[in-house]
Design a protein around this ligand. Structure first.
Ligand code: CTP
Length: 401
C-alpha cells in the first residue's frame, strides 16, 4: 500500500519513543521509504543502530553533523518526503512548533516542511491537559496539522489517564488511510464559493449578512487534502487558506462573485456553491458618504436583484459536470430545498435549517440533510463543519463517477 511513498519519522524525547521502531518497521513492511529525524533527547530512549537498521538510512539528529550529506539537510529532507509523522511528540516539541521555534534538526525541519504532518502526542495526563498544551494542539490542528490523539491507560509515570501514544499499528493505519484518501480527487478541478457578499450603499456602508465562510473553507480544505485543485471564490471573511491546492480569489459583491464563478466553471468538473449571496444590491452606489438630512426620519434605498450564480451555472452545466448547492431555510425546509434543487439544475442540495441548534452562520458545527434528484433524503446529525465537509466530498465523489 505504501510502495513509493517517502515518509519522514520524527522522534522526540519521551518514553513512548521505545515504540517508534515498530512504526518504522510497519511502514517499511508496507513498502514505504522511511528516513528518521530524532532529537538529542529521543536518542536517550532508542539507539541509532536500531533506527538505522530498520530504516536503512542514516538518522538525522544534528543540524551540523559531519554525517550530513548537505549542510542544509533539513531543506533537502523536506523536499524528499511527501509526509512526516512525529511519534512521540512531546509537549516541548508541540510548543516549539506552535511558536515557530527552530533550535534543532527536528524543529527546523518541521518549520520547513510544507506537506502533511501527523503529530502523535504522548505525555503525562496533567501535562496533556495543561491549558498551554491544549492551546498549542488546537492551534496546530487549526493550521492543518493532523493530530493522532493519545489514548487512555497506564502511563509510564504510574498514573492512569490520557496521554499514552496511540499504538504503532493504529498510527500506521492512519497513515495508510491518509494515502488511500489523499488521491481520490487527484486531477479533479472544483469551484467553491464561500462567505458573504457585501453590497455597497455608499463610500462607507454596505448590505451584508452573517456568513463567516467556515463551511465553504472546510470543504475547500477537505477537497484539497484529497488531491483536488480547488478554486475558492471567497467573499469577505477573516479566514485563512492553508492548503497549497487551493487557489483563492477574493471578491466583495455578488456581481464580482458571479463574474469569477462564470469564468472558472467551464474548466471545472464540479462546483459547490456555499456562499451566502445577497439577493439584492442598491441600484445606485453613492461615491461619497450619504449624510443624514435633518428634515427626514426615513431613508429609501432602491434595490435591484443580483444574478443567481447557482442558477446560472445550472444553465451552463454540461453532461459531465456536477453542481451542488446549499439551502438555508427557516420553514418548509425540505420542500423549499427540493424546489431549489430542480429550479437550479443541481445534482444534490445540502439543506441546513436555522431552526436546528448549532447549525447555520458562525458555528463550528452544522446539521445538514442531503437531498438528491431521485428524491432520496439523507438526514445527518449534528457534526463539526470539518466532518460535514468530508460527508459532502464523499457524496460528490459518488455523483462524479
Ligand atoms: N445562490 C447563488 N446566487 C445567488 C443566491 C443564491 O449562487 N444570488 C446560491 C447559494 O450559494 C446557495 C443556493 O443558491 O447554494 C441557495 O441559496 P439561498 O439563499 O438558500 O436561496 P435563494 O436561491 O437565494 O432563495 P431564497 O433567498 O428565496 O431562499
Amino acid at each position: 500500500m505504501l510502495k513509493g511513498k517517502k515518509i519522514l519519522v520524527g522522534i522526540t524525547g519521551g518514553i513512548a519513543a521505545y515504540k517508534t521502531p515498530l512504526i518504522i518497521r510497519f511502514l517499511v513492511k508496507q513498502g514505504a521509504d522511511v528516513k528518521v529525524v530524532a532529537t538529542e533527547s529521543a536518542m536517550q530512549f532508542v539507539t541509532t543502530t536500531v533506527l538505522e537498521t530498520l530504516s536503512k538510512h542514516n538518522v538525522y539528529s544534528d543540524l551540523f553533523s559531519e554525517r550530513n550529506q548537505y549542510n542544509t539537510e533539513h531543506i533537502s529532507l523536506s523536499e524528499w518526503a511527501d509526509m512526516m509523522v512525529v511519534a512521540p511528540a512531546t509537549a516541548n516539541c508541540i510548543g516549539k512548533m506552535a511558536s515557530g521555534i527552530a533550535d534543532d534538526a527536528l524543529s527546523t525541519l518541521l518549520l520547513a516542511f510544507r506537506k502533511p504532518i501527523f503529530l502523535c502526542p504522548a505525555m503525562n495526563t496533567n501535562m496533556y491537559e495543561h491549558f498551554s498544551v491544549r492551546r498549542n494542539i488546537e492551534y496546530l490542528r487549526e493550521n492543518g496539522i493532523a493530530i493522532i490523539e493519545p489514548t487512555c491507560g497506564e502511563l509510564a509515570c504510574g498514573i492512569d489517564g490520557k496521554g499514552r501514544m496511540e499504538e504503532p499499528e493504529n498510527i500506521v493505519e492512519r497513515i495508510v488511510c491518509y494515502y488511500r484518501q489523499q488521491n481520490d480527487y487527484a486531477g479533479t478541478n472544483v469551484l467553491i464559493t464561500a462567505g458573504p457578499t457585501y453590497e455597497k450603499i455608499d463610500a462607507v456602508r454596505f448590505i451584508g449578512n452573517f456568513s463567516t465562510g467556515k463551511m465553504g473553507y472546510a470543504i475547500a480544505e477537505e477537497l484539497a487534502s484529497r488531491g483536488c485543485n480547488v478554486t475558492l471564490v471567497s467573499g469577505p471573511t477573516n479566514l485563512e487558506v492553508h492548503h497549497y491546492n487551493i487557489n483563492r480569489i477574493n471578491v466583495t459583491s455578488a456581481v464580482e462573485m458571479y463574474d469569477a464563478a462564470i469564468n472558472c466553471f467551464p474548466h471545472c468538473d464540479a462546483a459547490i456553491l456555499s456562499a451566502a449571496v445577497a439577493d439584492f444590491r442598491p441600484e445606485n452606489v453613492c461615491k461619497e458618504k450619504i449624510k443624514k438630512s435633518s428634515d427626514s426620519q426615513t431613508m429609501d434605498i432602491h434595490l435591484v436583484q443580483n444574478p443567481d450564480i447557482l442558477a446560472s451555472l445550472g444553465k451552463m452545466k454540461t453532461e459531465s459536470q456536477r453542481l451542488i448547492g446549499f439551502a438555508l431555510e427557516t420553514h418548509d425546509e425540505t420542500a423549499n430545498a427540493q424546489s431549489k434543487l430542480t429550479r437550479k439544475n443541481l445534482d444534490f442540495i445540502v439543506l441546513n435549517s436555522l431552526r436546528d441548534e448549532g447549525a447555520g452562520f458562525g458555528h463550528d458545527t452544522n446539521k445538514v440533510t442531503f437531498i438528491y434528484r431521485n428524491g432520496d433524503i439523507d438526514k445527518q446529525g449534528l457534526k463539526t463543519k470539518k466532518e460535514v465537509a468530508k460527508d459532502i466530498a464523499d457524496r460528490l465523489k459518488k455523483v462524479l463517477l
